[in-house]
Design a protein around this ligand. Structure first.
Ligand SMILES: [Zn+2]
Length: 372
């Protein structure tokens, strides 16, 4: 393809910088893209429960132990590695964009790579000048590690107030996260243990993402999709049972140790909520989805109308789904006549019997299973 055609191809889009405003007041794509990366990364993280969910049944997994070989193999299968890699890369990317946006809002040059070492001096000096950024010749943006260093320096010197103290508190964690991301993307190596990955997300990563998103700097911009309730756009759709898996996981992480079964239960709720095809209860722009709801309920009835109830994997009854709220959670029996699994034909919620009922984990959800 000729150079001109390639140039046209890659420039077929729009820049959000055509308003007549100083560059640091122009709307930025950083917050919007950060939210999208958070969504993509969390969807991947929640999906790990399906690729390595069996290991939730054990409290510890001993590497090399023959009795745990099945779990160990499952935790290192391609599906887990894919979900783990996708989660780390996207969540790291979202944080990087958000950190750059904080710098950019102070001054456009602070988010540029070509800035001499004293961020404090330059910030104070540059805010007295106008800076016209040419979109066709814009400077390279700063990398994660340098953006973090600049923000921490600005916090220490009170250019950013105490609201940003949580970034300084997480300085070591963010450096480790950046190193982990670099080991994956530059060298294609290092797979974190499933349980360590869970602990890292619940104790450090998810709480940091919530604090970062709750900053007023990310609530004011007109370019960020946000629900009227104030819930962040990157959150999963609201659950019919009113449980908030993200907040529950953050809460669990604050107590140090992770209850693997409870975490798996919450991840499955969150995973299905991201897959829920119905309107979000918080979304005021929603269009009528009553025909879609009707269709899923009919599907559940078809699924439970099997004339041979002893057939393998026959659907025997349906329950109200705690995620999408429809009567579409179909209960199946296995070849021995036992109820062994269920799955929602609408949002795909598929609780595993080995994880128990919600009440076993302090979650207000009607029981799915009876245990003798
Ligand atoms: Zn459902």
């Amino acid at each position: 393809m000729a150079t001109n055609s390639l140039k046209q191809l890659f420039e077929a889009g729009f820049l959000q910088s055509e308003l007549d405003l100083p560059s640091h007041l122009l709307p930025s794509t950083f917050p919007r893209l950060a939210q999208i990366s958070f969504r993509t990364g969390l969807r991947a993280y929640f999906s790990t429960v399906q690729v390595a969910g069996l290991s939730e049944e054990t409290t510890t997994v001993t590497k090399g132990s023959s009795s745990n070989e099945m779990f160990w193999r499952k935790e290192n299968c391609f599906d887990y590695i894919e979900a783990y890699t996708e989660a780390i890369l996207h969540l790291h990317h979202g944080i990087e964009l958000a950190l750059k946006e904080l710098l950019r809002q102070k001054h456009s040059l602070l988010a540029c790579k070509e800035l001499p070492s004293s961020a404090v001096l330059l910030c104070r000096m540059l805010n007295k000048e106008s800076f016209a950024e040419d979109p066709d010749d814009s400077p390279t943006s700063v990398e994660f590690g340098e953006a973090l260093k600049r923000i921490v320096e600005l916090i220490k010197h009170k250019v950013f107030d105490e609201t940003f103290g949580f970034i300084q508190k997480n300085h070591d964690f963010l450096k480790h996260l950046n190193k982990l991301r670099n080991r994956i993307i530059h060298r294609g190596m290092f797979i974190m243990d499933y349980s360590a990955f869970d602990l890292m997300v619940s104790k450090y990563l998810l709480p940091f993402m919530v604090s970062l998103s709750d900053l007023p700097q990310f609530k004011n911009s007109g370019c960020i999709p946000q629900f009227s309730s104030g819930r962040n756009y990157w959150y999963n759709k609201k659950l019919a049972c009113d449980i908030d898996p993200i907040n529950e996981i953050v809460e669990m992480g604050q107590h140090g140790a992770v209850d693997r079964k409870k975490l798996a239960f919450l991840k499955e709720l969150g995973r299905a909520a991201y897959h829920n095809p119905l309107n979000d209860a918080d979304d005021t722009r929603r269009i009528d989805d009553s025909a879609e709801r009707f269709r899923y309920e009919i599907l559940a009835q078809v699924e439970t109308s099997n004339h041979n109830p002893h057939a393998y994997e026959a659907g025997t009854e349906w329950l109200k789904c705690p995620v999408c709220g429809l009567g579409t959670l179909v209960k199946y029996i296995d070849g021995e006549g036992e109820h062994s699994h269920m799955s929602c034909v609408c949002c795909t919620f598929s609780p595993n019997k080995s994880l128990g009922n919600g009440r076993d984990h302090g979650l207000a959800i009607d029981d799915f299973w009876t245990f003798n």
